[in-house]
Write a protein that binds this ligand. Structure first.
Ligand SMILES: Cc1ncc(COP(=O)(O)O)c(C=O)c1O
Length: 447
Protein backbone atom coordinates (compact mmCIF):
# COMPACT_ATOMS: atom_id res chain seq x y z
CA UNK A 1 0.00 0.00 0.00
CA UNK A 2 1.54 3.38 -0.99
CA UNK A 3 2.10 6.22 1.51
CA UNK A 4 -0.37 8.42 -0.38
CA UNK A 5 -2.98 5.68 -0.29
CA UNK A 6 -2.65 5.17 3.46
CA UNK A 7 -2.64 8.87 4.34
CA UNK A 8 -5.81 9.20 2.27
CA UNK A 9 -7.18 6.22 4.12
CA UNK A 10 -6.54 7.98 7.45
CA UNK A 11 -8.36 11.07 6.22
CA UNK A 12 -11.28 8.95 5.05
CA UNK A 13 -11.27 7.14 8.40
CA UNK A 14 -11.46 10.49 10.20
CA UNK A 15 -14.23 11.72 7.90
CA UNK A 16 -16.45 8.65 8.01
CA UNK A 17 -15.57 6.08 10.67
CA UNK A 18 -16.21 6.27 14.40
CA UNK A 19 -13.96 3.73 16.16
CA UNK A 20 -15.42 1.75 19.07
CA UNK A 21 -13.84 2.16 22.53
CA UNK A 22 -11.59 4.94 21.21
CA UNK A 23 -11.08 8.63 21.87
CA UNK A 24 -11.63 9.43 18.20
CA UNK A 25 -10.62 13.09 18.41
CA UNK A 26 -7.31 12.31 20.19
CA UNK A 27 -6.54 9.49 17.78
CA UNK A 28 -6.93 11.65 14.70
CA UNK A 29 -5.10 14.63 16.20
CA UNK A 30 -2.08 12.49 17.04
CA UNK A 31 -2.26 10.70 13.66
CA UNK A 32 -2.38 7.43 15.56
CA UNK A 33 -5.09 5.58 13.64
CA UNK A 34 -3.45 2.20 13.37
CA UNK A 35 -4.27 0.37 10.15
CA UNK A 36 -3.56 -3.35 10.12
CA UNK A 37 -3.17 -4.81 6.66
CA UNK A 38 -2.31 -8.50 7.07
CA UNK A 39 -1.46 -11.17 9.62
CA UNK A 40 0.12 -14.60 9.98
CA UNK A 41 0.61 -16.77 13.04
CA UNK A 42 0.98 -14.48 16.07
CA UNK A 43 2.08 -11.47 14.01
CA UNK A 44 0.11 -8.62 12.44
CA UNK A 45 1.48 -6.16 9.90
CA UNK A 46 0.48 -2.51 9.57
CA UNK A 47 0.34 -0.09 6.66
CA UNK A 48 3.63 1.49 7.72
CA UNK A 49 5.45 -1.81 7.29
CA UNK A 50 5.67 -2.64 11.00
CA UNK A 51 5.56 -6.26 12.14
CA UNK A 52 3.89 -6.53 15.55
CA UNK A 53 3.52 -9.53 17.82
CA UNK A 54 -0.13 -9.59 18.81
CA UNK A 55 -0.06 -10.13 22.56
CA UNK A 56 -3.82 -9.68 22.77
CA UNK A 57 -4.93 -12.19 20.07
CA UNK A 58 -6.94 -9.43 18.39
CA UNK A 59 -9.35 -8.90 21.30
CA UNK A 60 -8.73 -12.12 23.29
CA UNK A 61 -10.10 -14.12 20.39
CA UNK A 62 -7.65 -15.22 17.67
CA UNK A 63 -6.86 -18.32 19.69
CA UNK A 64 -5.54 -20.50 16.85
CA UNK A 65 -3.50 -17.66 15.34
CA UNK A 66 -3.90 -15.79 12.06
CA UNK A 67 -4.07 -17.23 8.56
CA UNK A 68 -5.13 -20.80 9.41
CA UNK A 69 -5.97 -22.41 6.07
CA UNK A 70 -8.28 -25.03 7.64
CA UNK A 71 -10.66 -22.37 8.98
CA UNK A 72 -10.47 -20.21 5.85
CA UNK A 73 -11.17 -23.22 3.61
CA UNK A 74 -14.14 -24.32 5.74
CA UNK A 75 -15.62 -20.81 5.45
CA UNK A 76 -15.06 -20.71 1.68
CA UNK A 77 -16.50 -24.19 1.16
CA UNK A 78 -19.60 -23.37 3.20
CA UNK A 79 -20.11 -20.09 1.33
CA UNK A 80 -19.99 -21.96 -1.96
CA UNK A 81 -22.37 -24.71 -0.86
CA UNK A 82 -24.91 -22.69 1.13
CA UNK A 83 -24.04 -19.07 1.90
CA UNK A 84 -26.97 -18.55 4.25
CA UNK A 85 -30.23 -19.92 5.46
CA UNK A 86 -32.00 -18.97 8.69
CA UNK A 87 -32.84 -21.22 11.63
CA UNK A 88 -36.26 -19.53 12.06
CA UNK A 89 -39.60 -21.23 11.38
CA UNK A 90 -38.67 -24.92 11.62
CA UNK A 91 -35.57 -24.57 9.40
CA UNK A 92 -31.86 -24.85 10.01
CA UNK A 93 -28.63 -26.05 8.38
CA UNK A 94 -26.21 -28.94 8.90
CA UNK A 95 -23.25 -26.98 10.38
CA UNK A 96 -25.63 -25.37 12.89
CA UNK A 97 -26.87 -28.74 14.16
CA UNK A 98 -23.37 -30.23 14.20
CA UNK A 99 -21.94 -27.30 16.14
CA UNK A 100 -24.70 -27.46 18.77
CA UNK A 101 -23.85 -31.14 19.23
CA UNK A 102 -20.10 -30.44 19.32
CA UNK A 103 -20.40 -27.77 22.01
CA UNK A 104 -22.31 -30.29 24.13
CA UNK A 105 -19.66 -32.97 23.58
CA UNK A 106 -16.86 -30.61 24.67
CA UNK A 107 -18.04 -30.33 28.27
CA UNK A 108 -20.66 -29.28 30.81
CA UNK A 109 -23.03 -32.12 29.83
CA UNK A 110 -25.97 -30.68 31.83
CA UNK A 111 -26.07 -27.90 29.19
CA UNK A 112 -27.84 -29.76 26.43
CA UNK A 113 -29.05 -27.00 24.08
CA UNK A 114 -27.48 -23.99 22.36
CA UNK A 115 -29.09 -20.76 21.14
CA UNK A 116 -26.85 -19.03 18.60
CA UNK A 117 -26.25 -15.29 18.17
CA UNK A 118 -23.57 -13.06 16.63
CA UNK A 119 -21.37 -11.88 19.51
CA UNK A 120 -20.58 -12.15 23.20
CA UNK A 121 -23.03 -9.33 23.90
CA UNK A 122 -25.63 -11.20 21.87
CA UNK A 123 -24.96 -14.38 23.85
CA UNK A 124 -25.49 -12.52 27.15
CA UNK A 125 -28.53 -10.64 25.85
CA UNK A 126 -30.02 -13.95 24.72
CA UNK A 127 -29.33 -15.34 28.20
CA UNK A 128 -31.13 -12.37 29.82
CA UNK A 129 -34.26 -12.81 27.71
CA UNK A 130 -34.23 -16.58 28.02
CA UNK A 131 -33.97 -16.29 31.81
CA UNK A 132 -36.99 -13.96 31.94
CA UNK A 133 -38.91 -16.33 29.67
CA UNK A 134 -37.92 -19.29 31.88
CA UNK A 135 -39.07 -17.73 35.17
CA UNK A 136 -42.35 -16.62 33.56
CA UNK A 137 -42.96 -20.17 32.38
CA UNK A 138 -42.10 -21.50 35.85
CA UNK A 139 -44.83 -19.26 37.30
CA UNK A 140 -42.34 -16.97 39.03
CA UNK A 141 -42.56 -13.71 37.06
CA UNK A 142 -41.30 -11.80 40.10
CA UNK A 143 -37.79 -13.13 39.52
CA UNK A 144 -36.57 -10.34 37.25
CA UNK A 145 -33.48 -8.80 38.86
CA UNK A 146 -30.08 -9.62 37.45
CA UNK A 147 -26.89 -9.74 39.46
CA UNK A 148 -23.31 -9.41 38.32
CA UNK A 149 -20.17 -7.99 39.91
CA UNK A 150 -18.17 -4.79 39.94
CA UNK A 151 -15.31 -4.84 37.41
CA UNK A 152 -17.20 -7.34 35.24
CA UNK A 153 -17.55 -6.86 31.49
CA UNK A 154 -20.45 -8.49 29.68
CA UNK A 155 -20.75 -6.49 26.45
CA UNK A 156 -22.41 -3.47 24.90
CA UNK A 157 -26.04 -4.24 24.10
CA UNK A 158 -28.49 -2.67 26.53
CA UNK A 159 -28.86 -5.58 28.93
CA UNK A 160 -25.21 -6.60 28.68
CA UNK A 161 -24.14 -3.01 29.42
CA UNK A 162 -26.41 -2.96 32.47
CA UNK A 163 -24.73 -6.15 33.69
CA UNK A 164 -21.27 -4.66 33.18
CA UNK A 165 -19.70 -3.44 36.40
CA UNK A 166 -17.44 -0.76 34.92
CA UNK A 167 -18.73 2.80 35.21
CA UNK A 168 -16.65 3.82 32.17
CA UNK A 169 -18.98 1.60 30.11
CA UNK A 170 -22.28 2.40 31.83
CA UNK A 171 -22.16 6.06 32.91
CA UNK A 172 -22.00 7.72 29.45
CA UNK A 173 -25.26 5.98 28.58
CA UNK A 174 -27.11 6.66 31.83
CA UNK A 175 -27.08 2.95 32.66
CA UNK A 176 -27.71 0.60 34.35
CA UNK A 177 -31.48 0.72 34.43
CA UNK A 178 -33.36 -0.52 37.47
CA UNK A 179 -33.17 -4.19 38.35
CA UNK A 180 -29.43 -4.71 37.85
CA UNK A 181 -27.46 -5.38 41.01
CA UNK A 182 -23.68 -5.33 41.29
CA UNK A 183 -22.06 -7.38 44.03
CA UNK A 184 -18.39 -6.64 44.82
CA UNK A 185 -15.91 -8.29 42.46
CA UNK A 186 -12.85 -9.74 44.20
CA UNK A 187 -10.36 -7.16 42.85
CA UNK A 188 -7.92 -7.28 45.74
CA UNK A 189 -5.19 -4.98 44.35
CA UNK A 190 -7.32 -1.84 44.02
CA UNK A 191 -9.33 -2.41 47.19
CA UNK A 192 -8.27 -0.56 50.28
CA UNK A 193 -7.82 -3.66 52.39
CA UNK A 194 -5.31 -5.29 54.69
CA UNK A 195 -6.99 -8.67 54.19
CA UNK A 196 -5.32 -11.47 52.25
CA UNK A 197 -6.80 -12.12 48.75
CA UNK A 198 -8.59 -15.20 50.12
CA UNK A 199 -10.03 -13.33 53.11
CA UNK A 200 -11.02 -10.46 50.80
CA UNK A 201 -12.78 -12.98 48.53
CA UNK A 202 -14.66 -14.27 51.57
CA UNK A 203 -15.66 -10.70 52.46
CA UNK A 204 -16.98 -10.19 48.90
CA UNK A 205 -19.06 -13.37 49.27
CA UNK A 206 -20.52 -12.12 52.54
CA UNK A 207 -21.41 -8.78 50.90
CA UNK A 208 -22.98 -10.68 48.00
CA UNK A 209 -25.18 -12.68 50.36
CA UNK A 210 -26.21 -9.51 52.22
CA UNK A 211 -27.21 -7.95 48.89
CA UNK A 212 -29.27 -10.99 47.91
CA UNK A 213 -31.10 -10.89 51.25
CA UNK A 214 -31.64 -7.12 51.06
CA UNK A 215 -33.11 -7.36 47.53
CA UNK A 216 -35.14 -10.48 48.34
CA UNK A 217 -33.86 -13.75 46.85
CA UNK A 218 -37.29 -14.43 45.31
CA UNK A 219 -36.85 -11.29 43.13
CA UNK A 220 -33.48 -12.33 41.67
CA UNK A 221 -33.48 -14.21 38.38
CA UNK A 222 -29.81 -14.91 37.74
CA UNK A 223 -26.22 -14.00 38.43
CA UNK A 224 -23.73 -13.51 35.58
CA UNK A 225 -20.11 -14.38 36.40
CA UNK A 226 -16.91 -14.39 34.33
CA UNK A 227 -14.61 -17.13 35.70
CA UNK A 228 -11.69 -14.71 35.26
CA UNK A 229 -12.83 -11.10 34.91
CA UNK A 230 -11.15 -10.05 31.66
CA UNK A 231 -11.70 -6.47 30.54
CA UNK A 232 -12.08 -5.39 34.18
CA UNK A 233 -8.38 -6.18 34.63
CA UNK A 234 -7.76 -9.94 34.38
CA UNK A 235 -9.00 -10.48 37.92
CA UNK A 236 -8.09 -14.05 38.78
CA UNK A 237 -10.46 -15.25 41.53
CA UNK A 238 -8.91 -16.10 44.89
CA UNK A 239 -8.69 -19.77 45.83
CA UNK A 240 -12.10 -21.24 46.70
CA UNK A 241 -14.06 -18.05 45.95
CA UNK A 242 -15.86 -19.13 42.76
CA UNK A 243 -16.95 -22.49 44.13
CA UNK A 244 -18.42 -20.77 47.19
CA UNK A 245 -20.10 -18.13 45.00
CA UNK A 246 -21.67 -20.95 42.98
CA UNK A 247 -22.99 -22.60 46.15
CA UNK A 248 -24.35 -19.30 47.44
CA UNK A 249 -26.27 -18.69 44.21
CA UNK A 250 -27.63 -22.24 44.26
CA UNK A 251 -28.75 -21.82 47.90
CA UNK A 252 -31.20 -19.09 46.84
CA UNK A 253 -32.41 -20.90 43.68
CA UNK A 254 -30.91 -18.17 41.48
CA UNK A 255 -29.68 -19.21 38.02
CA UNK A 256 -25.90 -19.14 37.59
CA UNK A 257 -24.63 -17.86 34.22
CA UNK A 258 -21.00 -18.41 33.35
CA UNK A 259 -19.83 -15.76 30.90
CA UNK A 260 -17.02 -17.63 29.17
CA UNK A 261 -16.73 -15.30 26.20
CA UNK A 262 -13.00 -14.96 26.96
CA UNK A 263 -12.26 -18.05 29.04
CA UNK A 264 -13.98 -20.55 26.72
CA UNK A 265 -11.92 -22.61 24.28
CA UNK A 266 -8.58 -22.96 25.97
CA UNK A 267 -7.38 -19.62 27.27
CA UNK A 268 -7.25 -20.80 30.88
CA UNK A 269 -5.86 -24.22 29.93
CA UNK A 270 -9.24 -25.98 29.77
CA UNK A 271 -11.90 -26.20 27.08
CA UNK A 272 -14.38 -24.54 29.43
CA UNK A 273 -13.13 -22.98 32.68
CA UNK A 274 -16.53 -23.68 34.28
CA UNK A 275 -16.10 -27.38 33.64
CA UNK A 276 -12.51 -27.58 34.84
CA UNK A 277 -13.39 -25.56 37.94
CA UNK A 278 -16.58 -27.57 38.57
CA UNK A 279 -18.93 -24.56 38.55
CA UNK A 280 -21.90 -26.43 37.05
CA UNK A 281 -23.55 -23.33 35.49
CA UNK A 282 -27.20 -23.31 34.41
CA UNK A 283 -26.24 -21.21 31.38
CA UNK A 284 -22.91 -20.63 29.62
CA UNK A 285 -22.19 -17.77 27.19
CA UNK A 286 -19.56 -18.20 24.50
CA UNK A 287 -18.14 -16.20 21.55
CA UNK A 288 -14.63 -15.02 20.51
CA UNK A 289 -12.48 -18.21 20.55
CA UNK A 290 -15.38 -20.31 19.23
CA UNK A 291 -14.26 -19.31 15.70
CA UNK A 292 -10.86 -17.92 16.76
CA UNK A 293 -12.32 -14.57 15.71
CA UNK A 294 -12.35 -15.43 12.01
CA UNK A 295 -16.04 -14.62 11.74
CA UNK A 296 -18.59 -13.47 14.35
CA UNK A 297 -20.51 -16.02 16.39
CA UNK A 298 -22.09 -16.11 19.84
CA UNK A 299 -23.58 -19.08 21.67
CA UNK A 300 -25.77 -19.38 24.76
CA UNK A 301 -25.82 -22.89 26.19
CA UNK A 302 -28.73 -23.76 28.47
CA UNK A 303 -29.41 -26.62 30.87
CA UNK A 304 -31.70 -29.53 30.05
CA UNK A 305 -34.14 -28.21 32.66
CA UNK A 306 -34.29 -24.73 31.07
CA UNK A 307 -34.56 -26.25 27.59
CA UNK A 308 -37.35 -28.55 28.75
CA UNK A 309 -39.25 -25.60 30.23
CA UNK A 310 -38.86 -23.62 26.98
CA UNK A 311 -39.99 -26.61 24.93
CA UNK A 312 -43.12 -26.90 27.04
CA UNK A 313 -43.68 -23.13 26.75
CA UNK A 314 -44.36 -23.42 23.03
CA UNK A 315 -43.24 -20.68 20.65
CA UNK A 316 -39.75 -19.29 21.48
CA UNK A 317 -39.97 -15.72 20.22
CA UNK A 318 -36.28 -14.83 20.13
CA UNK A 319 -33.47 -15.07 17.56
CA UNK A 320 -31.39 -13.02 15.14
CA UNK A 321 -31.57 -13.18 11.36
CA UNK A 322 -28.11 -14.73 11.61
CA UNK A 323 -28.67 -17.04 14.61
CA UNK A 324 -26.99 -20.29 13.62
CA UNK A 325 -25.69 -18.86 10.32
CA UNK A 326 -24.07 -21.81 8.53
CA UNK A 327 -20.82 -19.97 7.69
CA UNK A 328 -19.68 -19.08 11.25
CA UNK A 329 -20.90 -22.50 12.42
CA UNK A 330 -18.72 -24.17 9.76
CA UNK A 331 -15.83 -21.93 10.83
CA UNK A 332 -16.34 -22.95 14.47
CA UNK A 333 -16.40 -26.64 13.58
CA UNK A 334 -13.13 -26.28 11.64
CA UNK A 335 -11.58 -24.24 14.46
CA UNK A 336 -12.55 -26.84 17.08
CA UNK A 337 -11.27 -29.66 14.89
CA UNK A 338 -7.96 -27.82 14.53
CA UNK A 339 -7.78 -27.33 18.29
CA UNK A 340 -8.23 -31.07 18.79
CA UNK A 341 -5.77 -32.01 16.03
CA UNK A 342 -3.10 -29.80 17.59
CA UNK A 343 -3.91 -30.78 21.20
CA UNK A 344 -4.09 -27.11 21.97
CA UNK A 345 -5.59 -27.54 25.43
CA UNK A 346 -2.67 -29.61 26.72
CA UNK A 347 -0.26 -27.36 24.78
CA UNK A 348 -1.60 -24.43 26.82
CA UNK A 349 -2.01 -26.16 30.18
CA UNK A 350 1.25 -28.15 30.17
CA UNK A 351 3.57 -26.28 27.86
CA UNK A 352 3.23 -22.61 26.91
CA UNK A 353 0.76 -21.66 29.67
CA UNK A 354 3.15 -22.40 32.57
CA UNK A 355 6.07 -20.84 30.64
CA UNK A 356 4.09 -17.65 29.90
CA UNK A 357 2.86 -17.52 33.49
CA UNK A 358 6.35 -17.89 34.96
CA UNK A 359 7.67 -15.10 32.73
CA UNK A 360 4.76 -12.78 33.44
CA UNK A 361 4.82 -13.32 37.21
CA UNK A 362 8.57 -12.64 37.32
CA UNK A 363 7.78 -9.00 36.43
CA UNK A 364 6.65 -8.46 40.02
CA UNK A 365 10.23 -7.37 40.72
CA UNK A 366 10.29 -4.81 37.89
CA UNK A 367 10.38 -1.25 39.31
CA UNK A 368 7.37 -0.17 37.20
CA UNK A 369 5.22 -3.10 38.35
CA UNK A 370 3.17 -3.21 41.56
CA UNK A 371 1.60 -6.62 41.14
CA UNK A 372 1.16 -9.44 38.63
CA UNK A 373 -1.47 -12.11 38.12
CA UNK A 374 -2.02 -14.81 35.57
CA UNK A 375 -4.15 -17.79 34.60
CA UNK A 376 -2.38 -19.71 31.85
CA UNK A 377 -2.48 -17.47 28.74
CA UNK A 378 -4.35 -14.62 30.40
CA UNK A 379 -2.31 -12.26 32.54
CA UNK A 380 -1.96 -8.71 33.83
CA UNK A 381 0.58 -6.39 35.42
CA UNK A 382 -0.47 -3.51 37.67
CA UNK A 383 1.77 -0.51 37.05
CA UNK A 384 3.36 1.99 39.41
CA UNK A 385 3.69 5.71 38.92
CA UNK A 386 7.34 6.35 39.82
CA UNK A 387 7.13 3.61 42.44
CA UNK A 388 3.69 4.63 43.72
CA UNK A 389 0.53 2.52 43.58
CA UNK A 390 -2.27 4.17 41.60
CA UNK A 391 -5.93 3.24 42.03
CA UNK A 392 -7.64 6.04 40.07
CA UNK A 393 -8.73 4.13 36.93
CA UNK A 394 -8.53 7.31 34.83
CA UNK A 395 -4.85 7.96 35.64
CA UNK A 396 -4.05 5.99 32.48
CA UNK A 397 -0.77 4.23 33.16
CA UNK A 398 -2.02 1.18 31.22
CA UNK A 399 -2.58 2.89 27.84
CA UNK A 400 0.72 4.78 28.29
CA UNK A 401 2.64 1.54 28.89
CA UNK A 402 0.82 -0.20 26.01
CA UNK A 403 2.00 2.63 23.71
CA UNK A 404 5.61 2.22 24.84
CA UNK A 405 5.42 -1.55 24.37
CA UNK A 406 3.89 -1.16 20.92
CA UNK A 407 6.89 0.96 19.97
CA UNK A 408 8.95 -2.12 20.84
CA UNK A 409 6.93 -4.26 18.40
CA UNK A 410 4.37 -5.91 20.67
CA UNK A 411 0.65 -5.26 21.17
CA UNK A 412 -0.73 -5.55 24.70
CA UNK A 413 -3.89 -3.99 26.12
CA UNK A 414 -3.64 -0.94 28.32
CA UNK A 415 -6.51 -0.79 30.81
CA UNK A 416 -6.75 1.75 33.64
CA UNK A 417 -3.33 1.35 35.32
CA UNK A 418 -2.47 -2.11 34.10
CA UNK A 419 -1.53 -4.00 30.99
CA UNK A 420 -3.37 -7.18 30.00
CA UNK A 421 -1.71 -9.86 27.88
CA UNK A 422 -3.46 -12.78 26.17
CA UNK A 423 -1.66 -13.96 23.04
CA UNK A 424 -2.86 -16.60 20.57
CA UNK A 425 -2.80 -20.06 22.17
CA UNK A 426 -0.48 -21.23 19.40
CA UNK A 427 2.35 -18.97 20.59
CA UNK A 428 5.78 -20.63 20.94
CA UNK A 429 8.40 -20.29 23.68
CA UNK A 430 10.56 -18.17 21.39
CA UNK A 431 7.61 -15.86 20.65
CA UNK A 432 6.85 -15.60 24.38
CA UNK A 433 10.48 -14.53 24.88
CA UNK A 434 10.07 -11.88 22.17
CA UNK A 435 6.83 -10.70 23.76
CA UNK A 436 8.27 -10.24 27.24
CA UNK A 437 11.52 -8.69 25.96
CA UNK A 438 9.39 -5.94 24.38
CA UNK A 439 7.25 -5.63 27.54
CA UNK A 440 10.44 -5.15 29.56
CA UNK A 441 11.87 -2.61 27.11
CA UNK A 442 8.59 -0.66 27.21
CA UNK A 443 8.25 -0.77 30.99
CA UNK A 444 11.89 0.26 31.44
CA UNK A 445 10.88 3.55 29.77
CA UNK A 446 7.93 3.97 32.15
CA UNK A 447 10.10 4.18 35.26
C1 LIG B 1 -16.54 -11.70 29.25
C2 LIG B 1 -17.11 -10.99 28.06
N1 LIG B 1 -18.42 -11.07 27.83
C3 LIG B 1 -18.98 -10.47 26.77
C4 LIG B 1 -18.22 -9.74 25.88
C5 LIG B 1 -18.88 -9.06 24.72
O1 LIG B 1 -18.53 -9.71 23.54
P1 LIG B 1 -18.69 -8.94 22.14
O2 LIG B 1 -17.69 -7.85 22.12
O3 LIG B 1 -18.43 -10.03 21.14
O4 LIG B 1 -20.08 -8.45 22.08
C6 LIG B 1 -16.85 -9.64 26.08
C7 LIG B 1 -16.00 -8.89 25.14
O5 LIG B 1 -14.85 -8.61 25.38
C8 LIG B 1 -16.28 -10.27 27.21
O6 LIG B 1 -14.98 -10.16 27.47
Amino acid sequence: MSVTATSTLRETDKAHHLHPFTNNADMHESGNAHIITSAEGVYVYDDKGNKLLDGLAGLWCVNMGYGRKEIIEAITKQLEQLCYYPSFFNSTTEPTIKLAEKLHQLGLPRLTHTIFSNSGSGANETAIKTIRNYWNLKGKPGRTKLMSRTYSYHGVTLGATCLTGLTSCTKPFGLPTEGFIHAPGPYHYVSDTTLSPEAFGQKCLEETEKLILAEGPETIAAMFVEPVQGAGGVIVPPEGYLKKLRELIRKYDILYVSDEVITGFGRTGAMYASDAWDLDPDIQCLAKGITSGYIPLGATRISDEIADTLFKGGYYAHGHTYSGHPVPCAAALANLELMEKENIISYVSENVGPYFQEKLLSFKDHPAVGSTRCCNLMGAMELLDHGKKVTDPYFGLGPKAAGLIRNEGVIVRGLANLIAISPPLTITHAEIDTLFAAVKAGLDKLI
